[in-house]
Design a protein around this ligand. Structure first.
Ligand SMILES: *[C@@H]1O[C@H](CO)[C@@H](O)[C@H](O)[C@H]1NC(C)=O
Ligand SMILES: *[C@@H]1O[C@H](CO)[C@@H](O)[C@H](O)[C@H]1NC(C)=O
Ligand SMILES: *[C@@H]1O[C@H](CO)[C@@H](O)[C@H](O)[C@H]1NC(C)=O
Ligand SMILES: *[C@@H]1O[C@H](CO)[C@@H](O)[C@H](O)[C@H]1NC(C)=O
Ligand SMILES: *[C@@H]1O[C@H](CO)[C@@H](O)[C@H](O)[C@H]1NC(C)=O
Ligand SMILES: *[C@@H]1O[C@H](CO)[C@@H](O)[C@H](O)[C@H]1NC(C)=O
Ligand SMILES: *[C@@H]1O[C@H](CO)[C@@H](O)[C@H](O)[C@H]1NC(C)=O
Length: 576
């Protein structure tokens, strides 16, 4: 896990050869190296909490293999599907300039990779560096099919913080004792809320607070007096999480592969789809210290109130104790919205000379998008297990997204798409109401189903105001945008108010990310330049909500220059 950090000697060498480097950098840029990986999607018997089950994995690993590349590299991943189910892989947060065919969401940018078939994802990693992850993007497969995707700075450029001794990927996840496909299909059949997971995990391990899990505890031996970088990834399906290291301060340096102004914190809040790199210095009295993850709960819904525990150890005997239920006061309480809010407010783009913050100061197009849960009447002869005997669904601007039977990107590219769907997504809520008003269970809570899109010219500067609603239940929603990073220019509670709230936007150093946690009963405003031609999915990264239709899509048209146009689909592109 030793990082590729520059020693003082290497820094000296770099300075020595800086001039030579500038002279040759054009040549180097053209010959970016290709990093190749083989991913086989296959079953593996895995035991946790005394339950052995067949788990969907990549290369038999849980979590899956780490992809470790440099900014500027080309990446080729051959994904071979060795199971009887369909699959796809998404490179979460990778911008995929002109290569939307490699983005991965099933039926959005590609048809699935069928059993005994393969598809090679080819893309270049540009204009980003830091911690990301990859995961399956079909149904709930990402529960176990996920791994770290690390983008190191170009070898010519170093981190904007002091060198670290080593790096430790920390993948937070959820474990179910049964096949998650059964949970997903129950959710769909009964229109119900899903069964909550049986455990939270740190690098696939639940830790000693769960039944018969002492041996399934993530443990990392560290040295005293060093600084480590934890690359933290929330790969959980349905839970925002708090994460902390006992008796150690975390210094946040990067989120979603974008640098931030470093700040110290006792814990982080991390939503599904988000990543956070923190520095930890092992400078207390040597010992064995807990790493802990448990949910941040922002709604009155069923949740599993347990805690995943791992350890870092720099004690003299170096044997991490499996401790009795200890003092977890180093973690915020599970309903601590004040902590989650303060943590998010501390996030600012680094905005340095080398990494300027390119937030659009003006915008060309604004969308105001409500985020709602909904309830549909039960069909006759059906069993419905949502609230009040109905079926749950979810929507954006009262449109619940239903995916087609083919790839949207492909039908857009081949011009076989129903033209009425393009630019038919409502740009404001069809019927304005008090979005965050009192309980709404007596209101009409049904929604419309379909696939409506927004289309914008290349280079359009977009603003989305994402407004949570209290329809059914207010909740914190992590909204993920594919193909682009965006800037979170504002957040607040209650209803977004045009004059008051836009005046308060941060247009200097707002955080740049790919997934924003929209406050429960509040709003978040994001801005970005739509400069990546293709068709891009926008959805809640709480997997249940995507199942229920909390999604939309937008098309970025080709620009006039060749470099602004979507490339044609690759030859091995999977058919439907
Ligand atoms: C991937 O698998 C192919 C075929 O088995 C093999 O030739 C190639 O070396 C492998 N590549 C990597 C990076 O493991
Ligand atoms: C995949 O290949 C294996 C081995 O050839 C075969 O047993 C299996 O039936 C195939 N599965 C599908 C769905 O084609
Ligand atoms: C979900 O939980 C219920 C109640 O415990 C149980 O009856 C049901 O079998 C569970 N569903 C699945 C798919 O395990
Ligand atoms: C953490 O710090 C507290 C307060 O200083 C101390 O009582 C406790 O023993 C420390 N925990 C460990 C594991 O060293
Ligand atoms: C919306 O509902 C909230 C909560 O009841 C209330 O405080 C607020 O005044 C309402 N806003 C409007 C514009 O009616
Ligand atoms: C959403 O659409 C449904 C179906 O057209 C309608 O009955 C409902 O009132 C709409 N809700 C809102 C909040 O616009
Ligand atoms: C896999 O996807 C194809 C294309 O959408 C579909 O026809 C087929 O039924 C799917 N197979 C399975 C096992 O779900």
């Amino acid at each position: 896990m030793e990082g590729h950090y520059m020693s003082g000697y290497r820094v000296f060498m770099v300075i020595l050869f800086l001039h030579a480097w500038f002279a040759t950098s054009v040549v180097l840029a053209r010959s970016s190296p290709t990093k190749r990986f083989n991913f086989t999607v296959e079953w593996r018997e895995v035991t946790r909490l005394c339950h052995t089950k067949r788990l969907l994995t990549v290369n038999g690993e849980y979590p899956g293999p780490t992809i470790d590349v440099h900014e500027g590299d080309r990446v080729e991943v051959v994904v071979f599907n060795n199971v009887e189910r369909n699959t796809t892989i998404h490179w979460h947060g990778i911008k995929q300039f002109r290569t939307g065919w490699a983005d991965g969401p099933a039926y959005i940018t590609q048809c699935p990779i069928r059993a005994n078939h393969s598809y090679t994802y080819r893309f270049k990693v540009t204009r980003q560096r830091g911690t990301l992850f990859w995961h399956a993007h079909l149904g709930w497969q990402r529960a176990s099919v996920h791994g770290a995707f690390i983008v190191r700075p170009r070898s010519s450029s170093s981190y904007p913080f002091p060198p670290v001794h080593a790096e430790v990927p920390i993948i937070l996840g959820e474990w179910w004792n049964v096949d998650t496909e059964a949970i997903e299909s129950d959710t769909i059949r009964y229109g119900s809320g899903p069964n909550v997971s049986d455990a939270y995990t740190i690098n696939g391990m639940p830790g000693p607070y769960y039944p018969c899990s002492n041996q399934d505890t993530f443990t990392h031996i560290v040295e005293h007096g060093k600084t480590y970088m934890l690359r933290i990834i929330n790969a959980a399906l349905n839970n925002e999480l708090f994460f902390a290291v006992e008796n150690h301060t975390l210094t946040v340096v990067e989120i979603d592969a974008a640098y931030v102004k470093p700040f110290a914190t006792s814990a982080i809040m991390i939503a599904p789809g988000q990543t956070t790199s923190v520095l930890v210095t092992t400078n207390t009295k040597p010992g064995t210290f807990m790493l802990a993850a448990r949910p941040y709960v922002s709604a009155t819904i069923p949740f599993n109130p347990t805690t995943a525990i791992g350890f870092i150890s720099y004690s003299t005997n170096r044997v991490p104790a499996s401790r009795e239920h200890g003092d977890l006061t180093f973690l915020p309480p599970m309903q601590d919205t004040a902590f989650a809010t303060q943590f998010s407010n501390n996030l600012r783009s680094l905005d340095s000379t080398e990494h300027p913050c390119k937030v659009p100061k003006e915008v060309d197009k604004r969308l105001f998008i409500t985020i709602s849960l909904n309830l549909q009447d039960c069909c006759s002869n059906c069993i419905c297990k949502g609230f009040t005997g109905k079926r749950f669904s979810a929507s954006m601007n009262n449109q619940s997204f239903t995916r087609p039977a083919t790839s949207i990107l492909e039908s857009y590219f081949k011009n076989t798409m129903d033209a009425k769907l393009i630019n038919s997504f409502p740009e404001r809520p069809p019927h304005p109401f008090n979005y965050t008003g009192p309980s709404t269970l007596d209101m009409k809570l049904n929604t419309e189903f379909g696939m409506r899109l927004v289309a914008v010219p290349h280079g359009t500067r977009l603003e989305f105001v994402l407004q949570d609603t209290s329809l059914v239940n207010a909740e914190n929603h992590p909204i993920h945008v594919h193909g682009h990073n965006f800037f979170v220019v504002g957040r607040g509670f209650g209803n977004f108010e045009e004059g008051r709230d836009r005046a308060g936007f941060n247009l200097v150093d707002p955080p740049e990310r790919n997934t924003v946690a929209v406050p429960s009963g509040g709003w978040a405003a994001i801005r970005f330049k739509a400069d990546n031609p293709g068709m891009w999915f926008v959805h809640c990264h709480l997997e249940t909500h995507t199942t229920w239709g909390l999604a939309m899509g937008f098309i970025v048209r080709d620009g006039p220059k060749a470099s602004q146009q979507l490339l044609p689909p690759p030859e091995d592109f999977p058919p439907c």
